[in-house]
Each structure stands twice: as C-alpha cells, then as structure tokens.
Design a protein around this ligand. Structure first.
Ligand SMILES: *[C@@H]1O[C@H](CO)[C@@H](O)[C@H](O)[C@H]1NC(C)=O
Ligand SMILES: *[C@@H]1O[C@H](CO)[C@@H](O)[C@H](O)[C@H]1NC(C)=O
Length: 193
C-alpha cells in the first residue's frame, strides 16, 4: 500500500509546489494595478479657457527664437523647408511685449511643408503666473502661419494640467515682414481636473 501512495503523494506535492511557485512569481513581477481616480485627487473634470499673446522675436540682439539647423536647399525653398528653430518665447497677457508675463513657450518649430509656410510645432507652454506657476501644457501640431486661424492639439500637461487634452487657436496679431518678428494671439481650451 505505502509504496503505491508515496509516488502519488510526491506527484501531488510537486504539482502544488509548481503551482505556488508560478503564482507567487507572477505576483512579484506585477507592474500594474487599477486605482480609483480619487486616489490621485481626481474629482470633476473642468474646461479652462486661457488667453495670451505669444511673442516670437527672431531679429535683433536678443532673439527669443533662433534658427539651429537647415538643409542646403532651405534657402532656395519658398517655404524655408528644412529650417529648424528653437524658441523660448514670452507669453504675455496683452499684445505688448511689456505687458504681464504669464509663461513661456519653449520648444521647436520646423518648416515641414514644401508648398506653404507650414510649421511642425513641438513645444511646452511653461506657465509662471499664479496657481498655474510651474504647470505645463504640451502642444504638438501643424501651424500654417499665414492662415487666419490655426488649430493645434494639446496632447497633455503637468501640474494643474495633468491628464489634459484640448486645443489651441492661434491668430496672428502682428507680423513684421522685414524683421520676421511676430505677435500671435492664443486662445487655449483645455480639459483637466
Ligand atoms: C541661408 O540664409 C541665411 C539667412 O539669410 C544665411 O544666414 C545662411 O548663411 C544661408 N545659408 C546658405 C547655405 O546659403
Ligand atoms: C513661481 O514659482 C517659482 C518657483 O517656485 C518662484 O520662484 C516664483 O516666484 C513664482 N512666480 C510667481 C509669479 O508666483
């Protein structure tokens, strides 16, 4: 009797230990869990409207946007195809550069169209004002600068703007053809918590 039950017992023990080994190691390797939104302090989603002016200064001794790269054929292209600019542009409450600073637009714009003045915009609005100080919004969009209204997606944000999405509308307020300097009015509509 005993020499028949022993192998069965060993078999059962082996099977059980294998089962526990895999189930505990699966727990050790788990990297995700489900949370209820309240745990992150997320309550009701709200819609905010932000209004400011974007000061793009390419001329003079203190430009806020600089050309950092281009292709050989960029200068022969009507649309400056291939030119890449890095910006740290002031965002102001009013259209005058001297008006209250609310943040900065930091990032890259690059001429990505061969047929029109169309820029790829990859930037963060870094806010400095009041409760927005330290929070950011990230924009990734197409900007045909000579169109009346351009719409660019807000793809995310940080701080007050965690879990953001929305869109930004740009309208040129002033463009100096000679210097290339521009003031652009922005209306931003963003959903966040
Ligand atoms: C293209 O034009 C820019 C600005 O006018 C100038 O600084 C640059 O030297 C030119 N590059 C070439 C390759 O001609
Ligand atoms: C924004 O935050 C920075 C860093 O905490 C602080 O130095 C600065 O004074 C703040 N600005 C405003 C306008 O509150």
């Amino acid at each position: 009797m005993a020499n028949k039950t022993l192998p069965i017992l060993i078999f059962v023990l082996l099977t059980l230990s294998t089962f526990f080994f895999f189930s505990t190691s699966a727990n050790d390797q788990s990297f995700s869990r489900t949370l209820c939104p309240q745990k992150l302090g997320l309550k009701k989603q709200k819609l905010s409207h932000l209004h400011f002016y974007f000061q793009d200064i390419v001329s003079g001794r203190n430009p806020t946007a600089i050309r950092v790269a281009q292709a050989k054929m960029t200068n022969t292209s009507k649309s400056l195809f291939g030119a890449v600019f890095v910006m740290d542009d002031p965002l102001t409450m009013g259209p005058e550069l001297s008006s209250k600073l609310v943040g900065r637009a930091q990032g890259i714009y690059a001429s990505a169209s061969q047929s029109e003045a169309g820029f790829l915009m990859v930037l963060n609005y870094v806010f400095l004002e009041g409760k927005y100080n330290g929070s950011t919004l990230s924009i990734l969009g197409h900007n045909a600068i000579f169109s009346g209204v351009r719409e660019m997606p807000i793809v995310g944000g940080s701080g007050i703007f965690r879990f953001s999405r929305g869109y930004a509308e740009a309208r040129t307020h002033e463009f100096d053809l000679k210097s290339g300097d521009a003031v652009v009015e922005y209306n931003v509509y963003v959903l966040h918590y």
